[in-house]
Design a protein around this ligand. Structure first.
Ligand code: NAI
Length: 347
């Protein structure tokens, strides 16, 4: 089919398993788009240690300019050194483009057996503040301090994102997750903002849980949660926990949303333990690309890719090792391409 419209997308393949999963995703998105007359122009940039080697900058200025121009990016994971070295590329990009809402849908895939079937919950994580503000210093040797920043503006806008989403998509319940019993000022402010926003959405049930209890409640009965609304650090930790409900980090997608720009990336990191071995599951980044296609109003292409992913999981023959299969990244990607070409309706 002739290309009717082309989207310019900044592509940051990342490192570790990033290049493998992004190559698979680009191939699938292009194939799905081509069948509907949708083209993609990928503007590709390295970030992190790889970029530093090539350009002397961890985030090249061309990458910033590209995201600013295209407004949309698809990003693989980037390794962040532990306990020293350069600042997280992910956190830096989120702050630079004010991508304040981190949207992470956690949904079971058909055919994939897990301890908790039919999970469908969403995490809205504040993405620019909290202990991720990067305000750390050593006061004297042996004493270090990290500042937790919570603002009315930041808390209100993430709460609004969650409530507006719930209203638009018919979700019934929002839990604000906090530790305001201990951090009375910071988490207290976060909760006050959530409560105020909740007042304008009387049709949505609003509840509050303390974060440590939430971990237990999630493991006991994740079905009690619909939307989880929380600060940056709790959201980061709860996202990995919740990924286990649906088969692990290889599956859960994410979107970093701001007013102007959006960067789509999986919840998982660069997985150095399996990098370069054709073992990574590209589903999480692929489902992030599905979120991106919806964001670009390419609903038909988004639905086609999602249906093809689900077909491959229902058939269960070409799954990666993390979800109990024995296929490689490329075999899984080929299976999704085949499913795109020969869709079978779900029974
Ligand atoms: P990780 O998410 O990379 O890996 C945790 C475990 O999950 C590993 O056993 C890994 O093999 C497995 N896993 C992750 N993604 C997978 C996939 N797609 N398919 C199959 N298995 C998968 O977390 P880790 O090891 O704590 O972090 C590694 C690096 O990634 C660190 O440098 C960290 O800072 C960075 N990171 C980057 C993120 C980003 O770019 N958005 C997010 C999280 C971590």
């Amino acid at each position: 089919m002739a290309v009717e419209r082309t989207h310019k997308v900044t592509l940051i393949p990342g490192d570790g398993i990033g290049p493998e999963v992004s190559a698979a995703v680009v191939k699938i998105v292009e194939a799905a788009g081509a069948a509907s007359g949708v083209g993609f122009e990928w503007h590709t940039y390295a970030a992190g240690a790889d970029a530093f080697e090539k350009t002397g900058e961890y985030i090249p200025k061309e990458l910033y300019e590209s995201v600013q121009q295209n407004k949309v990016a698809l990003k693989g994971p980037v390794t962040t050194p532990v306990g020293g070295g350069f600042a997280s590329i992910n956190v830096t990009l989120r702050k630079k483009f004010d991508l304040y809402a981190n949207f992470r849908p956690v949904k079971s895939l058909p055919g994939l057996e897990t301890k908790y079937p039919n999970i469908d919950l969403i995490i809205f994580r504040e993405n620019t503040e909290d202990l991720y503000a990067g305000l750390e210093h050593e006061i004297v040797p042996g004493v270090a301090e990290s500042l937790k920043i919570i603002t009315e503006k930041g808390s209100t806008r993430i709460a609004l994102s969650a409530f507006e989403y719930a209203r638009k998509h018919g979700r019934k319940k929002i839990h604000a997750i906090h530790k305001a019993n201990i951090m009375k000022l910071t988490d207290g402010l976060f909760l006050r903002c959530c409560r105020k926003v909740a007042e304008s959405f009387p049709e949505i049930e609003y509840k509050e849980h303390i974060v440590d209890n939430t971990c237990m409640q999630l493991v006991l009965n994740p079905y009690q949660y619909d939307i989880i609304l929380t600060e940056n650090l709790y959201g980061d930790i709860l996202s990995d926990l919740c990924s286990a409900f649906v088969g692990g980090l290889g599956l859960v997608p994410g979107a970093n949303l701001g007013v102007e720009c959006a960067i789509f990336e999986a919840v998982h990191g660069s997985a150095p333990d399996i990098a370069g071995q054709n073992k990574a599951n590209p589903t999480a980044l692929l489902q992030s690309a599905v979120l991106m296609l919806h964001h670009l109003n390419e609903t038909e292409t988004a639905n086609k890719v999602q249906a093809a992913i689900e077909q491959v999981y229902r058939e269960g023959k070409k799954l990666t090792r993390d979800v109990g299969g024995s296929s490689g990244t490329s075999d899984f990607a080929d299976a999704v391409l085949e499913a795109l070409a020969s869709p079978v309706a779900a029974s």
